[in-house]
Design a protein around this ligand. Structure first.
Ligand SMILES: Nc1nc2c(ncn2[C@@H]2O[C@H](COP(=O)(O)OP(=O)(O)OP(=O)(O)O)[C@@H](O)[C@H]2O)c(=O)[nH]1
Length: 491
């Protein structure tokens, strides 16, 4: 049985307009059953068109691996070359909806050489589904995927133990995998300042649909929700979203609108938190302060809406803000509440994912784009490269494609920077090659060095004795205001 989403497209769109949107990522090793799982979700949630189903039925006979059953993977493995190779080669985004929520699935490839695709898919996801073949258990890839998911700040992991039909729906096998995932993966995971992700385990057979949409009667020992019910009910929001209007207000200025001498408005999308007329705000990196005079809605449909002013605005609204004073504000600046200012620095400790064939060179200058701000910068020190399969640290001089490393980034000018674990938008950046204009890397801010570090940071290394003395002085004589010299340490 196949269904079109709805007969009446307008009614259909209206129905979906007000549901919240959950983005999730599926990752697993080759043949763990990702495509089959996604196909099953789309099929059972009735998001498959008649013609797609007919094509999948006929192609199941030609390419399928499932005998008489429809090969669910063929509903999703869209690319011809992928079909021929039998592997997924790029991030594919798919949409479906239930009565409760709208979903965007990022289907990413599992191979090591596609780490950058996985990073791309994971960067906006709220939940990650990590597939494990019940016969094979934890593989090196499971460790890699979990590392990337955690690095990218996804706080909810669903471990889908798939192909339970091939292990006789054994509860013991499921418990064994659950235990090894806790001990061999989660307990070893480098956290980079983030909290341990919340993890939920589900035994399933994607091929037959057990515990995907409907609860399986072949695994009565499993008492929790099947996957779709879990996704429909999970509280997936990140810290900055949960905090709602208590989250720090961050407004990266995208455009200064000055149509005539009487009007000067700062346009952008609120990255987090909320703002009200009359709030005291600080412009970063300059540190100048002023007050919000008005907030103008933008992006609405009618002319009247466009000029409507509001008392308050929240993330992720796109608005224009005007200020009481004529302070100097330009594109790339960030407006924040004066009583909640992030640190400003040109020297940052970051985790960097290298995405280009040409290796990263510490002496080379790159464009660093963070929210709306552009700077140039160099990754002066590679503290360590992380082996994503073993979580071991390695000392290296350059970074190759798909390498992930802790680095010190020194920018040509200071920026207001949040930690990535506090704010995924303002705490992340992309790296662009100045000659080719290609995006060559993506990074997350792990720590921010205080402003005064910028002059000394690259000049000298401290000995263990100096660091111990520094720590002692900072603890016992805080009034001396000594700065922390361990900020650039290799950790
Ligand atoms: N018995 C059984 N077979 C399954 C199950 N889920 C998937 N398979 C089979 O496993 C094989 C691989 O499934 P895919 O969905 O293509 O795997 P994938 O993870 O998307 O693989 P790549 O696209 O290559 O990364 C196919 O032959 C599926 O029919 C399951 O729950 N039980």
């Amino acid at each position: 049985m196949a269904h079109t989403p709805a007969e009446n497209i307008e009614a259909y769109l209206k129905e979906h307009e007000n549901k919240d949107m959950l983005r999730f990522l599926t990752c697993g090793s080759v043949d763990d059953g990702k495509s089959t799982l996604i196909g099953r979700l789309l099929y059972d949630s009735k998001m498959i068109f008649e013609d797609q189903l007919a094509a999948a039925e006929s192609e199941s006979k030609k390419y399928g691996t499932t005998g008489e059953k429809i090969d669910m993977a063929l509903l999703v493995d869209g690319l011809q070359s992928e079909r021929e190779q039998g592997i997924t080669i790029d991030v594919a985004y798919r949409f479906f909806a239930t009565d409760k929520r709208k979903y965007i699935i990022a289907d990413t490839p599992g191979h090591e050489q596609y780490t950058r695709n996985m990073v791309t898919g994971a960067s906006t996801a709220d939940v990650a589904i990590i597939l494990i073949d019940a016969r094979k258990g934890i593989l090196t890839q499971t460790r890699r995927h979990t590392y990337i998911v955690n690095l990218l700040g996804i706080r909810h992991i669903v471990v889908a133990v798939n192909k339970m039909d091939l292990v006789d729906f054994s509860e013991e096998r499921f418990e064994e995998i659950k235990h090894s995932y806790e001990k061999e993966v989660l307990d070893q995971l480098p956290m980079h300042g983030a909290a341990r992700p919340e993890t939920i385990y589900i035994p399933m057979s994607a091929l037959d649909g057990d515990n995907v949409v409907d609860k399986s009667d072949r695994m009565p020992w499993f008492k929790d929700k099947p996957l779709l019910e879990l996704l429909d009910t999970i509280d997936y929001r990140n810290a900055e979203q949960i905090a709602g209007d208590k989250a720090s207000f961050r407004f990266p200025v995208q455009y200064v609108n000055r149509p005539n001498l009487d009007f000067r408005g700062f346009c952008g999308t609120i990255a987090s938190g909320s703002v009200r007329v009359g709030d005291a705000i600080t412009v970063l990196p300059s540190g100048k302060t002023t007050t919000v005079k008005s907030i103008i809605n933008s992006g609405d449909v009618t002319e009247a809406d466009r000029h409507a002013t509001a008392d308050a605005a929240y993330a992720p609204m796109a608005v224009t803000i005007t200020t009481e004073d004529e302070v100097d504000i330009s594109r790339g600046d960030m407006l924040v509440h004066t009583d909640d200012v992030p640190r400003v620095s040109n020297a940052l400790k970051v985790m960097l994912v290298w995405m280009d064939e040409t290796p990263m060179q510490p002496e080379q200058s790159y464009y660093i784009k963070r929210a709306t701000s552009d700077a140039t910068g160099r990754f002066e020190d590679i503290n360590y490269k992380i082996d994503v399969n073993t979580y071991e640290r390695e000392q290296v001089d350059t970074l190759a494609l798909n390498d992930i490393a802790s680095c010190k980034l020194v920018l040509n000018r200071p920026i207001a920077a949040d930690h990535y674990s506090d704010n995924r938008q303002t705490g992340s950046f992309i790296v662009v090659d100045r000659v080719t204009n290609n995006t060559v890397g993506a990074g997350m801010i792990v720590d921010v060095a205080a402003r005064e570090h910028e002059k000394v940071a690259s000049v000298r290394e401290y000995t263990e004795a100096e660091k111990a003395l520094n720590a002692y002085i900072r603890e016992h004589f805080p009034e001396w205001g000594a700065r922390d010299v361990s900020v650039f340490e290799n950790n």
